[in-house]
Design a protein. Structure first.
Length: 78
């Protein structure tokens, strides 16, 4: 059954709790099943952005996964 668009919020007030890791795992799992994914990264640490870039550089970035930088992420030093 197709449930349409799903929105999953991954956040935690405490840093280093695995939020970005879980986000990347969920995005990878969905893309592996042929789903398109848009990650809205609001984290100044830009770990998801760097993950996307590393995947692209390694030649294994999925075209199904898109990244949008929001809030303070776009102001971070890259
Ligand atoms: N299930 C897990 N088991 C062991 N280590 C983990 C697990 N999930 C994440 N980590 C490790 O914990 C560290 C922090 O994870 P992550 O960057 O995903 O957390 P975060 O909540 O996004 O942190 P930040 O506050 O910096 O954004 C990383 O080194 C990651 O590899
Ligand atoms: Mg994070």
């Amino acid at each position: 059954m197709d449930y349409g668009i799903r929105v999953v919020l991954v956040m935690n007030r405490k840093g280093g709790s695995g939020a970005s890791t879980l986000c990347r795992a969920l995005a990878s799992a969905a893309a592996a099943r042929g789903k398109t994914v848009t990650i809205f990264d609001t984290d100044a640490s830009t770990s998801c952005l760097r993950w996307m870039r590393a995947g692209k550089a390694a030649g294994n970035r999925s075209s199904l996964v898109e990244m949008i930088h929001t809030l303070d992420a776009h102001r971070a030093e890259l």
